[in-house]
Design a protein around this ligand. Structure first.
Ligand SMILES: Nc1ncnc2c1ncn2[C@@H]1O[C@H](COP(=O)(O)OP(=O)(O)O)[C@@H](O)[C@H]1O
Ligand SMILES: [Mg+2]
Length: 460
């Protein structure tokens, strides 16, 4: 078998240089982040002028070598009011994955490791070039034995240590931030992101999330989820049917019918909130790459790597907060925040939290068709966030509970989708349709049933 040996030899060299490249990159990032930390601390305590805009682009340059995991964390953070200074959030949001893709010899080797020596016989065809980048790997198109078009998401080698390294970087970043700004204590945010990012390594679990979503959304005609091919999937290879559609922004560009844009917005709303209000489960990553739009306006929902299962009572808290705002009932609001996991809610803290909640719930509160943020412009969200932040700092800070992180991320992410769509909808009615007859015990039973069917754990 000289051929295979030759190939292995060559690939081992490729692997080795790749891995040492990655180690160097992390080492470099480590020192530059440290240096930037010194600058921030210097600016804060010694009164040394610091150009925050420049500083954040230095930070971006330092982090630019990193791949997906930290980027995903950064994108999520960018939606929490000032979890990071605004300039950082902006720079981090723009980070693009610049990881080199795996070439064909490397892909063959990875596939052999996942499916065995004769793996190519298990597909009619398998494209040599990746069709899309994934945060922990890449996606190849293929044709299955039965002729179906497939998407194969193949993980890079050694991502466990890459994720751990990214989490270390994130910890450092939070530490830096914490030293000069006390408005938000990010410790719970960190734990939540760490748990989700570690879960994301396990494509076998992601496959079960896919089936879970298929189950929860089985009655939704406006949503499609790929079929899983378990016999061609492993912990590091997820094989599913290929879903054809356009990225949202392309769809928007080519669509001047407001009815069609509204229809897409309503499908997106149900994609995210049917699972949440019926089952206490949310897709935590409404990133533009995680769904596509079909010609008929229905939505392909992709990427089940970041799924949050909430304790049922948390859903009740989210609904209670709506009624508290609607009726202007401070006692109910305090109870709702407590259920969310906020402690020691003073009158002032309540007012600050309500400012943010009023912003997020605004579209739901009025029974009329409306645009998200109306004519207030896209900077309005940042203004409200700035105001909340100032108040939190004055009050000595707050520790957002873990559950808050992805709930908030989903709301802000979807809000931005609805703004892109420029949709004008009666959100109030869409919401009331979902929560009418809400019963926390019934939700708990439904949730347990769908989780059990996929052998997924109940929430803590
Ligand atoms: N079933 C599919 N059909 C078509 N394209 C897909 C499918 N699954 C993934 N993709 C493409 O691959 C990209 C990365 O996949 P995704 O699951 O989002 O990976 P990650 O979890 O790393 O973000 C998606 O943005 C999309 O372009
Ligand atoms: Mg994705």
């Amino acid at each position: 078998m000289p051929e295979i040996d030759d190939e292995n030899q060559e690939l081992n060299e490729a692997d080795t240089s790749r891995l040492s490249g990655r180690m160097r990159r992390y080492a470099k990032v480590g020192t530059s982040v440290g240096g930037l930390a010194a600058q921030v601390v210097g600016a804060r305590y010694l009164g040394i002028g610091l150009d925050r805009g420049k500083h954040s682009s230095d930070l971006k340059a330092a982090l630019g070598g990193l791949k997906g995991p930290l980027m995903k964390a950064a994108q999520i953070l960018a939606t929490i009011p000032d979890a990071l200074p605004k300039e950082y959030a902006e720079e981090l949001r723009q980070l693009q994955s610049n990881a080199p893709s795996m070439g064909w010899p490397f892909v063959k080797r990875r596939m052999r490791a996942e499916l065995g020596l004769d793996w190519q016989k298990r597909f009619q065809s398998f494209e040599h070039e990746a069709a899309a980048a994934a945060s922990l790997g890449q996606v190849h198109r293929a044709v299955g034995p039965d002729g179906r078009d497939l998407a194969c998401k193949l993980q890079y080698p050694d991502m466990l240590s890459a994720v751990e390294a990214d989490l270390q970087q994130l910890k450092i970043l939070f530490g830096i931030y914490r030293r000069y700004d006390k408005a938000i204590d990010p410790s719970n945010v960190y734990h939540e992101l760490a748990e989700r990012l570690r879960e994301e390594l396990d494509y076998e679990r992601e496959g079960r999330h896919m089936l879970l979503y298929k189950d929860m959304l089985s009655d939704e005609a406006g949503v499609h989820i790929a079929d899983l091919l378990p016999e061609l999937s492993t912990q590091r290879l997820l094989t599913m049917t290929w879903l054809e559609g356009k990225p949202l922004l392309d769809f928007v560009k080519g669509c001047d019918s407001v009815e069609q844009r509204n229809a897409v917005a309503m499908n997106m709303f149900r994609c995210w909130y049917v699972p949440f209000y019926y089952y206490g489960i949310i897709h935590g990553d409404p990133h533009l790459g995680n769904y596509t739009i079909r010609q008929d306006g229905t939505v392909n929902l992709l990427d089940f790597g970041c799924i949050r299962v909430f304790p049922p009572v948390f859903v009740k808290g989210v609904i209670d907060l709506y009624f508290a705002l609607e009726r202007d009932d401070p006692e109910l609001a305090v109870e709702a925040y407590r259920t969310w996991g906020f402690d020691n809610i003073s009158k002032d803290l309540l007012a600050a939290l309500n400012l943010w909640a009023a912003f997020l719930y605004a579209p739901l509160l009025e029974d009329k068709p409306q645009r998200i943020m109306g004519d207030k412009g896209s900077l309005y969200g940042a203004e409200v966030a700035g105001e909340v932040h100032k108040e939190l700092r004055r009050l000595g800070g707050v520790t957002p509970p873990r559950e808050f992180v992805l709930m908030d991320r989903a709301a802000v992410g979807l809000g931005s989708v609805f703004m892109h769509l420029d949709a004008e909808i009666n959100w109030h009615r869409m919401f009331h349709e979902l929560i009418s007859g809400f019963d926390v015990d019934a939700l708990e039973k439904r949730q347990a049933k769908v989780l059990k069917a996929q052998k997924l754990p109940l929430p803590e």
